[in-house]
Design a protein around this ligand. Structure first.
Ligand code: TA6
Length: 300
């Protein structure tokens, strides 16, 4: 059965391979599991709340309308919690839209927000999330519509937690020469490492990455994942490491940071300005396997 709706989640199965499927929680429209040929590809904390009490620690939480915390106290997003409200509200399951690839949609609007959030961000909007699964690919497309009469500004980000065997063997490819803001030292610089490696806490926002760049997650010489982006100019790369993992109550096991890396495509280095009655869209496509492709010297 390509689509199975349960009370709190939807199971989306590849039309051609029953061992490839997604589990999507209606809370936050959060993908909490991606079984590819029976093997789990996403990291989910053993202490992740799946009951709607807080945003899911792991899988692919959705960040909107603000990434992080808004620093400008006068900005309409200033009163919102870290990473906004999309990941901690129930989305409406809109059904299956395509058989091959198996495709479903979820929607979020003001009517689904709690009154407190609504009062803090009083704009009229519609989010339509389209998720599809096929062979070696997971595709997520987001459409943001301003249905109101005044412009609003937002960030968008797919906060993707990838599962890896051992983070110290992992390399992230094709971010060399990209400007990044290092959240740990609050400094901006140009990435000079041909590939990123992980041996301590890592938290950087890579900015204005040419769409032709495929960000690759490589493990012991094998490509695990290729990240293709549409209209998502930035990508955050994060691993909490020991101290930050210890400080998150819903991050378990505490040494689980060894088995995950976040590579998070989005538009977060500036605010997207969406005029009244206009739409914006972006997409990520995660493709498994393939060859290492070095795109260090593309002329942008
Ligand atoms: O995406 C990286 C990041 O912004 C980190 O700075 C860290 O805060 C992480 O998101 C998790 O944030 P959360 O609100 O889910 O604990």
């Amino acid at each position: 059965m390509p689509v199975e709706e349960l009370e709190d989640r939807v199971i989306l199965t590849d039309a051609n391979d029953s061992s490839t499927k997604l589990t999507i929680l209606k809370f936050g429209a959060t993908i909490i599991s991606w079984h590819h040929k029976g093997q789990e590809k996403l990291w989910l904390s053993q202490a992740a709340k799946l009951d709607g009490s807080k945003a899911v620690r792991g899988g692919i939480p959705l960040v909107f309308p603000i990434f992080g915390k808004q620093k400008d106290a006068s900005h309409p997003t200033a009163k919102l919690p870290q990473h906004g409200f999309a990941r901690n509200n129930y989305w409406e399951f809109l059904g299956q839209t395509k058989e091959t690839p198996s495709t479903v949609q979820f929607g979020l609007g003001p009517e689904q927000l709690d009154p407190d959030t609504r009062s803090k961000w009083p704009f009229d909007f519609t989010l339509i999330l389209t998720i599809s699964i096929s062979q070696d690919k997971l595709h997520q497309h987001i459409e943001v519509e301003n249905t109101g009469s005044t412009p609003f500004e937002f960030n968008w980000l797919f906060h993707t937690y990838y599962r890896v065997d051992d983070i110290t063997d992992v390399l992230v490819n094709n971010l060399v020469d990209i400007t990044c803001f290092d959240q740990l030292i609050a400094e901006q610089y140009t990435e000079k490492s041909p590939v990123l490696s992980f041996h301590e806490e890592f938290d950087r926002i890579y900015k204005n990455i040419n769409q032709n760049r495929t960000i690759q997650i490589i493990d012991k010489g094998k490509v695990l994942y290729n990240l293709h982006r549409t209209n998502l100019q930035d990508s955050v790369v994060w691993n909490p490491w020991t101290a930050k993992a210890a400080g998150m109550a819903d991050f378990e096991p505490k040494d689980g940071f060894h088995n995950m890396v976040c590579v998070e495509p989005g538009h977060v280095s500036s605010m997207v300005v969406l005029p009244a009655k206009q739409k914006w869209s972006g997409a990520q496509e995660i493709e498994i396997g393939g060859e290492i492709k070095v795109q260090a010297n593309i002329f942008e």
